[in-house]
Design a protein around this ligand. Structure first.
Ligand code: AHR
Length: 610
């Protein structure tokens, strides 16, 4: 078609920062344990609890093949924050199955083994993996760390770690980590390399919904043991055996082997700025709880100040000293922190945010403090939070949205009208839903709109980053993996293209000619909304000229052609309607109708919501 783009070189276009595009790492889809964190042993500290996910127990990941071995939680524990250990009575033989199909090992590679152990009257420990074995004499009845190396003689992606003792013993923190990790810093090499290949300008971490949710206090008061709590960075630093494990928002146990120090180190290793997200003492992600406890709020705020000291403070400071002890005396150069994620209670969130912001600015005036716009990309909460942030002169607002490819094509101009003098935008999470090639094209088209508005949109990160093929809570995702392989999606390639070719400045351009219509697509359309215990009926997908592509009243008891792309919430057909029955949380419904051939992108989906 006759279509002309005229570019006029000039300095009037917006400057694009090198750090414009980054990545958002969240421990979702087993992205940390069994993913980026290179530990091969699943449940190394015997801390999995049924509360984390039904079917879990202290021996999850382990099989007792002979003898008596049970978990124990008593005064003989390793320490107060690592409360459960393995107790054998006499000789016992166990195996650990690792993640996915097993522990992946390669012939000739070295694997570092370690365990904390004690034995009632001396015991011999034998471990084997990938054809290699080692023995250790456990000589005392007080906890000590035993280490050794295993050089695999076989290559397998279905290895088992065998652990045998010939006498009564206590074991904890049974660990096997490949010697060959990314830059020697304990992260799985292929995954870290794939993230590094993007050349991200920043790493946002550790969530997402992971950050704020769970109990505010989350302490088992009787035992002074933190559990099911919001993400507390102090739980994730220091020796790994003192990092109390936690259940996470996505329903599984997290070891915190990948902790804040590791996130900072990884950011530095890939040349990206670290961008931590701190809990705001108001739940987000559909949960509507705020805690009116000024003392607890002050603790959260102080923890945030302490984090900045941990990252940047001198080695003589309390937290800077810990950073140095962990191996990094030099500051990490933290320049931005984000407060909260997708809070549903805007007033409570904003009141807390202001207190965080003021305390941070008073002590660290040069640190950018990022607020957010709640869970929606438009709407009352969004408007409310944007208005509040504008009035308060916030530095930057974190926006999130997951929408159909057509939404991304139709909203290319979203930021053209944003106030140039107000807070800047951090597009902390976005992705077009479903996982087809058309998605990456829609995302690319959208990213041209982000760049055109680089004076307002300062940073953007696709989400989520990683997904374990056997344990997925959310899709689409940028990089997929199992226990020994990983692969990027077409969206990954698109992000890589943009991130590796960040321009310096937007060149003003004009277009003339007929508007090119997007090509037909065959695929899925989705209905994405936030809803608690939502119920949909009479769903219709129609073209602009009124032709019905799909119609479903759910009267036959089936949701034919519909799938939920997001696993938040359980959807089923009940009483002739499509019902999301999880009343505990607000859920994203992304129901997709398959096998639709649309003649253009302007198809509409309507549903009666009851
Ligand atoms: O990226 C997955 C989830 O989507 C994030 O945890 C949350 O912030 C958003 O709702």
């Amino acid at each position: 078609p006759d279509y002309t783009i005229t570019a006029t070189p000039s300095d009037s276009g917006a400057a694009i920062a090198d750090s414009m595009y980054g990545v958002f790492f969240e421990d979702i889809n087993y992205a940390a344990d069994g993913g980026l964190y290179a530990e091969l042993v699943r449940n190394r500290s015997f801390e999995f609890l049924p509360a984390d996910r039904s079917g879990y127990n202290g021996l999850t990941g382990w099989t007792v093949n002979a003898g008596t071995a049970t978990t124990a939680s008593d005064d003989a524990r390793l320490n107060d924050r690592n409360r459960t250990y393995l107790r054998t009575t006499g000789a016992a033989s166990l195996t650990n199955a690792g993640y996915n199909s097993g522990l992946a090992v390669q012939k000739g590679q070295i694997y570092d083994f370690s365990v904390w152990a004690r034995a009632d009257a001396g015991a011999q420990l034998t471990v084997s993996l990938g054809g290699a074995a080692l023995t250790k004499a456990i000589t005392t009845d007080s906890w000590a760390k035993y280490t050794g190396t295993l050089r695999a003689t076989d290559t397998t992606d279905a290895g088992r770690l065998s652990v045998d003792v010939d006498n009564s013993a206590r074991l904890d923190m049974v660990s096997v980590i490949p010697r060959d990790t990314y830059k020697g810093h304990g992260l799985r090499k292929d995954l870290a390399e794939k993230v590094a290949a993007l050349k991200p300008g920043f790493v946002r971490f550790p969530g997402g919904c992971l950050v704020n949710t769970g109990s505010m206090y989350g302490y088992d008061a009787a035992n002074n043991y933190p559990r099911a709590r919001s993400y507390q960075w102090k739980d994730t630093v220091g020796p790994v055996e003192t990092r109390a494990t936690n259940t996470n928002f996505w329903g599984y146990n997290q070891s915190y082997g990948l902790g804040y120090y590791d996130y900072f180190q990884f950011s530095e290793d890939i040349g990206a700025k670290p961008l931590p997200v701190l809990p705001a003492l108001v739940t987000g992600c559909g949960q509507n709880r705020a805690t009116n406890d000024p003392a607890l709020l002050q603790k959260y705020i102080q923890d945030t100040l302490d984090l900045i000291e941990f990252a940047n403070g001198p080695t003589t400071s309390t937290w800077g000293k810990l950073r140095a002890q962990m191996g990094h005396p030099k500051p990490f150069g933290l320049s931005s922190v984000a407060i909260g994620n997708e809070e549903n209670l805007p007033d409570q969130y904003f009141a807390n945010y202001l207190q965080f912001r003021d305390a941070i600015k008073a002590k660290y005036p040069n640190v950018t403090v990022i607020s957010n716009s709640g869970p929606d990309d438009t709407g009352a909460t969004f408007d409310n939070l944007w208005a509040k942030n504008r009035a308060a002169g916030s530095d930057m607002i974190d926006e999130h949205y997951y929408n159909s490819p057509s939404w991304f094509l139709q909203n290319n101009a979203r930021y053209d009208a944003y106030d140039r003098s107000g807070p800047k935008v951090f597009l902390g999470e976005y992705a077009s839903l479903d996982a087809k090639f058309a998605n990456s094209l829609a995302e690319a088209a959208y990213m041209t709109g982000l760049e055109r508005n680089a004076d307002v949109v300062k940073m953007a990160s696709y989400a989520p980053l990683l997904a374990n093929i056997d344990n997925t809570q959310w899709r689409p995702d940028l990089i997929w993996f199992d226990n020994d392989e990983s692969w990027g999606t077409t969206s990954y390639q698109m992000q890589k293209l943009f991130m590796n070719n960040v321009g310096d400045r937007v060149v003003p351009s004009t277009t003339t000619g007929a508007v090119v219509q997007p090509k037909p697509i065959t695929g899925r359309v989705g209905l994405s909304t936030w809803a608690t215990a939502a119920k949909y009926d009479d769903v219709k997908v129609t073209t602009p000229d009124g032709a019905t592509l799909l119609s479903d009243d759910f009267g036959d008891g089936n949701a034919d052609g519909w799938t939920s792309l997001s696993n938040r919430g359980t959807w089923s057909v009940q009483d002739g309607a499509y019902v999301q029955s999880d009343t505990a949380a607000t859920n994203t419904m992304v129901a997709a109708a398959t096998d639709i051939t649309a003649t253009d992108y302007d198809i509409t989906m309507k549903a009666t919501k009851t």
